[in-house]
Design a protein around this ligand. Structure first.
Ligand SMILES: Cc1cc2nc3c(=O)[nH]c(=O)nc-3n(C[C@H](O)[C@H](O)[C@H](O)COP(=O)(O)OP(=O)(O)OC[C@H]3O[C@@H](n4cnc5c(N)ncnc54)[C@H](O)[C@@H]3O)c2cc1C
Ligand code: SF4
Length: 571
């Protein structure tokens, strides 16, 4: 029987007092910690008799090492880093400066190069980076300041009193598959904190709970997402220049799905390539990992990779909804940053610079709160105002209706995007509505049994082992590892639905959208459909897709025991 992870009841937990707890040590969380430290240093230099301490500021990161769970393309727009650490280029791990970009529309075997690169995809002056190495470096800067980064600790619950967030509970360690304490059991800490800052990335688990409990998305568009599946390849010398950037649209997607691919030339003949598939496709049998495999079979891509070797794999979701989907950003004792807040420009496939900037603005707000000794909504409420008055709003406002324009297909989307380009992002309506992606999945009885024009995107890829790979082969290259003896962290609230309605209505889409083969339907003679759900939680790469895309909304991703997950070294 499946047993799901939940906090153990009746356990006495160690208590710790904190001034600020930042949950998530990605670009947003690390930038926040660094900026806060800078402000405290300036304050303490001016006020030596009443210094403010950094001792009680903590970053919680669920990965075993800083940066291990970070996955991105990645091209860095340096704007916010230049504000945070002027001259950062001299010491940051930057692989190459972008010198050359091209955009292609792909058909099944042909390609059409755009004569001019559309302005949002012009990347001259941006840098090709490994987000994993970049965040590691940023984290080392944070640790140098004296702020503690607790790696291997997940924020598992928010501590809430009335309408105030008062702290964070970390994960219980040493709990067995039956949710019983083992001999090495260590209860999670209750970190009582004046300010809790959520920087958990896309579909943060604590952020989701907070948004739900306080209805922070009231009056907003529902958030929409994409799933990015990425591989790193080592290719023969001279194939792709460092700093060369290629974007594609079209094949293998049809006009019914939203998404596209990137190919970035890094240093040492390493190429980052991946495909982002919008998590609002209609056919529940579609498999985003399969989409990437199809993409590589296109003659143009296959020729770039010929003779090369795939060395790393990973997948992650990213928020697409844009400005109208941004939830309320602050309240009594809390703020939300980066991808957790949906601060990503989906038109440019860029969020790192926005995450960093949001971290800086939250740090400035937290600093004011510490100086005033008041972390109520009255003070923290200036964070959303700071976002409004910053270039984050300017950038996201111009693309506020972009993704929604594609909800009725690719060609509609292009027309809307064109209109929006000439109307400062407005297009035909002041505010385009959005539909949550899981609501757009169609039931199998309304779709062609053989998949029709989408057939090549459906079901799990087989792979040839050279250019294309099945999921388990890809997964092996993600370095994913978890403590095996622990309850499942994919909490399915009603497994009966998986074994009955989902079989006939949607064909158990979790088997397909999960990029890590966590969900399997296995033969079972004692259930009417002859199949029942089985889980391989140890495979999970923490992409959060199941929490987003399940049509019945019965899956909740919660953090597994801290330290487990992918190892995105060099990604
Ligand atoms: C496939 C793909 C390609 C992309 N390409 C680009 C690009 O080229 N350029 C660009 O600018 N942007 C790109 N983005 C977007 C960019 O990666 C994100 O906008 C950015 O990483 C957001 O930073 P963040 O700090 O908000 O979140 P993240 O980078 O996701 O970091 C969140 C951190 O929090 C940790 N965490 C989460 N929950 C908990 C918890 N409960 N307790 C403890 N720790 C927790 C995670 O382990 C992680 O380390 C891409 C995204 C994807 C998925
Ligand atoms: S189980 Fe969910 S979060 Fe984990 S890899 Fe699969 S889809 Fe992603």
């Amino acid at each position: 029987m499946l047993v799901f992870r939940q906090p153990l009841p009746n356990v006495e937990r160690p208590q710790m007092e904190a001034d600020v707890v930042i949950v998530g040590g990605g670009p947003a969380g690390m930038a926040c910690a660094l900026r806060l430290s800078q402000l405290l240093d300036e304050h303490n230099a001016k006020n030596p008799s009443s210094p403010l301490s950094k001792e009680n500021i903590y970053v919680l990161e669920k990965a075993r090492e800083i940066g291990q769970h970070c996955l991105s393309g990645a091209l860095l727009d340096p704007r916010s880093m230049r504000e945070l650490l002027p001259g950062f280029e001299k010491e940051a791990p930057l692989d190459a400066e972008v010198k050359d970009e091209a955009v292609y529309f792909l058909t099944r075997t042909g390609k059409f190069k755009f004569p001019i690169t559309p302005p949002p995809l012009r990347d001259h002056g941006n840098y090709v980076i490994s987000i994993n190495r970049f965040v590691k470096w940023l984290g080392s800067k944070v640790e140098e300041t004296g702020i503690t980064v607790f790696t291997g600790f997940a924020g598992s619950e928010l501590l809430v009193e009335g309408d105030r967030v008062t702290g964070v509970r970390t994960d219980d360690k040493g709990v067995d598959k039956q949710n019983e304490p083992k001999s090495n059991f260590e209860p999670g800490y209750d970190l009582k904190s004046k300010i809790v800052i959520l920087a958990e990335g896309s579909r943060g688990s604590l952020t989701k709970k907070l948004i739900g409990s306080f209805q922070l998305d009231r009056d907003r568009n529902p958030q929409t997402y994409g799933q990015g599946v990425k591989e790193l390849w080592e290719v023969p010398s001279g194939r792709i220049a460092p700093g060369q950037v290629i974007y594609t649209m079209g094949w293998p997607l049809t006009t019914k799905e939203y998404g596209g691919a990137w190919i970035y030339g890094g240093k040492d003949n390493i190429v980052s390539l991946g495909f982002v598939t919008g998590l609002d496709y209609p056919d529940p049998r579609l498999d985003p990992q399969h989409v990437l495999q199809d993409f590589k079979e296109h003659p143009f891509v296959a020729s770039l990779l010929a003779g090369g070797k795939m060395i790393r794999y990973g997948a992650k979701s990213l928020p697409y909804g844009g400005w109208w989907s941004v939830p309320q950003l602050a309240g009594n004792g809390w703020m939300i940053l980066g991808d957790s807040a949906g601060l990503l420009n989906s038109q440019r496939l860029k969020g790192i610079h926005l995450a960093i900037k949001s971290g800086m603005l939250a740090a400035e707000t937290a600093f004011d709160a510490l100086v005033k000794g008041d972390s109520s909504a009255a003070v923290l409420g200036s964070y959303p105002q700071r976002v409004e008055n910053s270039w984050i709003k300017q950038e996201l406002w111009k693309v506020r209706n972009f993704h929604q324009g594609f909800e009725h297909g690719f060609w509609h989307g292009l027309v809307h995007a064109g209109l929006q380009q000439f109307t400062g992002g407005r297009g035909l309506h002041a505010r385009y509505a959005a539909t949550a992606g899981h609501r757009r999945l169609k039931k199998l009885n309304t779709l062609p049994p053989d998949g029709g024009a989408e057939a090549h995107l459906l079901n799990n890829a087989k792979g040839d082992g050279k250019l294309t790979f099945d999921k388990l082969t890809d997964l092996y290259h993600s370095g994913t590892r978890h403590e095996e003896d622990q309850p499942a962290h994919l909490v399915i609230h009603d497994t009966n639905i998986c074994n009955t309605r989902s079989v006939t209505e949607y064909g158990n889409p979790c088997q397909h959208f999960c990029p890590a083969n966590v969900y399997e339907m296995v033969e079972a003679s004692d259930v009417p459909a002859g199949k029942q759900i089985s889980l391989n939680p140890s495979n999970c790469v923490h992409c959060k897709t199941c929490d987003i895309m399940d049509p019945y909304e019965i899956i909740t991703w919660v953090p597994p025991e801290g330290g487990g997950g992918p190892n995105y070294d060099g990604m």
